[in-house]
Every structure is written in C-alpha cells, then in structure tokens.
Design a protein around this ligand. Structure first.
Ligand code: NAI
Ligand SMILES: N[C@@H](CC=O)C(=O)O
Ligand code: NA
Length: 440
C-alpha cells in the first residue's frame, strides 16, 4: 500500500465535524478502495475547547488556518470555513501556492475567485475539488465534469439551496411563517453563517455560476446573474399557488440562446405534478438537457453536515486514487468569456397577485392594461381581501380584494410594463407581486 494521504482540515462546524466522523467510520473501507489510508493530521478552528463529539486526540491543532495550509506535513488542505474572502481565501491560496491539493465546500469563494484559483491549481499541478460546494450531497460536479463530458449541454435548471426549499416546503405544508421556518433551517445546520445568502438567492447564484461554467465552458461570472430571493414570498402566494396546482420553488436556470447564456435565480411556480415540484424539504435537484444523453435529473440532500461530508470525502478519495482533473472540466485558459443574454427577453407564463381596491371599474381597468400589452389571461380569480386604513374622503375603510391572475406566454418586459401602469392607475393598495411560471 502507498503511503497515507495526509489531510489538514480547517473549519470544524457543521460540515467539518461530519467529515471527521465519516473518516473515522469508513476509514478502513476508504483505504481499501483508494489503495492508501486517508489520515487526518491537523485541524484548525476557532474554539479549541468546544465539544464537537469527535475524537481529535492524535491530531495537531493550528490556531491559524493559513499556517495549516502551508504546513509541509499535509498533502491536502480541506477548507470548510466559508466566505469569499478572509481566512478561507487566504488559506486556499496558500495551500495551492505550496503545491497542496485543495478540497472545499465554499461556493462563495469559487464564484468570486474560481477561475484564478483553477489557474493556480493547474500551474502547481494539483487538484482543486469542490463537489460539496454545489447541491451538497448530489454528485453534480462529477456528473458535469466527467460523466457528461461527451455532451453539449443546452439547459440546466435546479433547486440549489436546501434552506430555501426547506422553508418553502414547510410554509406550504404547515402554513407557518417564513421566520419560524428559517430558524429551524439554521438549527438544523442548513443555513449559511449569514442566512441572507440563502434567502436572498445569492448562495443559489454562486452555485449556478459554477454549474454554468462547467456546463457551457464559460468563465465564472456571478455578477451577470439575475437574482431574486424568496423574502417576498408570503403565505398568500403559497396558498394561491397551491390552489392553482403549483408549488413555489427557488429555481436556478441557465440556458443557451442566440444572445448568449441566460442565468437567472428567482422564485418560480412549477406544477405540483412535475418532477421538480415534488422535490421537497432540504432536497435539491438539478435537471440537465444535453444533446446525446437527453434529459436527466439528479435529486438528493442539498445541505446538512453528513450529506455534504459525503461529497467532501468523495473528492478526497479522488485525490488519494491519483485522479487528476482540471477544476472546471477544461484548462482554465480554454474557458470562454461569459456572454450574457438579456433576461428582459425571457418569455413565459406569469402568476400575478394584486391587492385591488374594491370599487367599480377597477377589475376591468386591470384587464385592459394587460390586454394593451398583448397579455392573455389563462385564469383570474378573486379572493376576499382586507380593510385598509380609512379613506380621507369617505371616512370609511377601503376594502381590497386579492386578484390572482395566471397569464399565457408573454415577455418579462410586457408584464413589467403592464404592472407599472396598473400601479400608476391607483387601483392597487400594494406593489404587485409577480412570479414566473416554468412548465419544467
Ligand atoms: N452546512 C451545509 O449544509 C453546507 C455548507 N457548505 C459550505 O461549507 C462551508 C462550511 O459550512 P458550515 O460547516 O455549515 O459552517 P459552520 O459555520 O458550521 O462552520 C465553520 C467553521 O469554520 C470555523 N472558522 C471560522 N473562522 C475561522 C478561522 N479564522 N480559522 C479557523 N476556523 C475558522 C468556525 O470555527 C467553524 O468551525 C461553507 O463554505 C458553507 O458554505 C456547503 C454545503 C452545505
Ligand atoms: N446554505 C446552503 C448550504 C449548502 O450549500 C443551503 O441551504 O443549500
Ligand atoms: Na454536490
């Protein structure tokens, strides 16, 4: 048997502690599979005294992860700290510069610095593996980088954030508040240190940027992604979608069209009966359209310590076996500049919810504004609304009704213009809510 592969692991939180547990549980079998032992030599975390339920008796402790990354007694640096800058970035760079392989779960870091880090890894002849960074336990990086190498991919669509899917699922099933669901997601170790990254759609965008680059061979460009998070989704939308036969999912979509590549992240109504509509809770899914394989979809846990550790250790096992691959599936200098297509040209159906003052003519005026923009309505329903503050001229409370419309195919530009006119007309009490619909 070859000499053991020596690991230095920085970050002993949700994922880091699970990696240590997995290595302890399956170390013997991994040694057989890889032809050498994987040996945890050193760790770095902020609090040395905390009981994490893991045995670190024979492991060196480094207060500073950058020092650990430079340590000559490790072959692989495993970065599980998180963050696009600071100690995570500095330690990953240091490890690569010192000719060490790196395994990371850090999508924020790679979405910002992935291309240059990939270049550095290539220059040093080491691996930079990141299966855990996208869709937690789903082997989507391997699938795109290796298994689908013989395909031209035309579209990717998926649920890439476990926290958001968990929140939306519980809101739908239990009709409980967004905040309550988010607290539980944090308690379960699904959320980012700053959950704004999850609910604001930014974590999904980081992951989409990486998948887009792998799928289309373009440079990583997270700043070109259209991003809308789930913070504006309330129980009225969840309930209305449910009644209409849809579920609301935070989708990440990347597709090629004549203009370039469209990348978008936004809440989306998908049919309850669709495969992606049935992906619930912390599960993620990635659907791929490719020329030779056709359509495929991978589903699995998108967050949580153990599922994510599974991907981290898969990456370490590749290094132990001597599998060497370019980080983004092709040499960094072969990655094409990213060319963005315009999201305003996006066409599809839309769900619209309006709080409309209950007065004669309001309903017809709204329908007219939609018609002016060539928008046809597939369905329109009214639900009881709520009394508003007293109107100055009558002294009586103004009532509103919830008007929920589903449009046939139209463009994003048309729907935005129509809703702007409806708001200017003064028939609605609140800004219009609109959510894109995907048939999937
Ligand atoms: N929790 C999850 O389900 C998933 C997390 N990830 C990613 O994995 C990484 C780790 O996430 P979690 O384990 O959830 O985070 P966490 O917050 O539970 O753990 C982070 C760890 O890093 C340590 N740390 C922070 N600053 C440090 C420093 N200067 N020096 C040494 N250690 C330091 C903390 O003490 C803590 O042990 C992040 O990049 C995250 O985005 C990826 C997939 C799923
Ligand atoms: N916060 C992330 C963790 C995994 O990437 C999520 O909820 O998906
Ligand atoms: Na993955």
């Amino acid at each position: 048997m070859q000499s053991s592969l020596r690991l230095g692991l920085a970050g002993l939180g949700t994922v880091g502690a699970s990696v240590v547990r997995l290595l302890a549980k399956h170390g013997d079998d991994l040694a057989v599979r890889c032809g050498r032992r994987i040996s945890l030599r050193a760790v770095s975390a902020r609090d040395r005294t905390r009981d994490r339920g893991i045995d670190l008796a024979n492991v060196n402790w480094f207060q500073d992860p950058v020092k650990l990354a430079a340590n000559p007694d490790i072959d692989v640096f495993v970065e599980l700290i998180g963050g696009a800058s600071g100690p995570a970035e500095e330690s990953v760079r240091t490890a690569l510069e010192h000719g060490k392989h790196v395994v990371t779960a850090n999508k924020a870091l790679l979405a910002r610095h992935g291309v240059e880090l990939a270049r550095l890894a290539e220059k040093k002849g080491v691996s930079l593996n990141f299966e855990a960074a996208v869709a937690g336990g789903i082997p989507i990086i391997k699938t795109l980088r290796e298994a689908l190498a013989g395909n031209e991919i035309t579209r990717l669509a998926g649920i890439l954030n476990g926290t958001c899917n968990y929140i939306l699922t519980r809101m739908e099933r239990e009709r409980i508040s967004f905040d309550e669901c988010l607290k539980d997601a944090q308690r379960l170790g699904y959320a980012e240190a700053d959950p704004t990254f999850d609910v604001g759609g930014f974590d999904t965008a980081h992951k989409l940027a990486l998948l887009t680059s792998l799928a289309f061979g373009s440079e990583i460009d997270v700043d070109q992604i259209f991003i809308e998070g789930i913070t504006s989704i309330g129980l009225p939308d969840i309930e209305a979608a449910d009644e209409l036969g849809y579920r609301i999912k935070l989708l990440a979509i990347a597709e090629k069209n004549e203009g370039g590549i469209e990348q978008r992240v936004h809440p989306t109504l998908v049919p309850k009966t669709s495969a992606i509509g049935r992906v619930d809770g912390v599960l993620n899914a990635v659907a791929v359209d490719a020329d030779f394989v056709g359509k495929l979809m991978l589903v699995g846990p998108g967050a949580g310590g153990d599922a994510t550790a599974s991907s981290v250790v898969g990456d370490i096992a590749d290094i132990a076996r001597g599998t060497a691959l370019n980080t983004m599936g092709r040499p960094a200098e072969q990655m094409k500049p990213y060319r963005k297509s315009d999201v305003e040209s996006h066409a599809g159906g839309f769900y619209v919810r309006l709080s409309v003052y209950d007065r004669p003519g309001a309903f017809a005026a709204i329908a007219n504004r939609m018609a002016e923009r060539g928008i046809s309505l597939e369905s329109i329903v009214q639900r009881a609304g709520r009394p508003m503050a007293d109107q100055p001229n009558t002294g009586s409370p103004a009532m509103t009704r919830q008007v929920i419309m589903v449009t046939y195919q139209t463009t994003e530009a048309a729907i935005r213009e129509a809703l702007a006119r409806i708001e200017q007309d003064g028939h609605v009490s609140d800004p219009a809510q609109f959510i894109r619909i995907e048939a999937m």
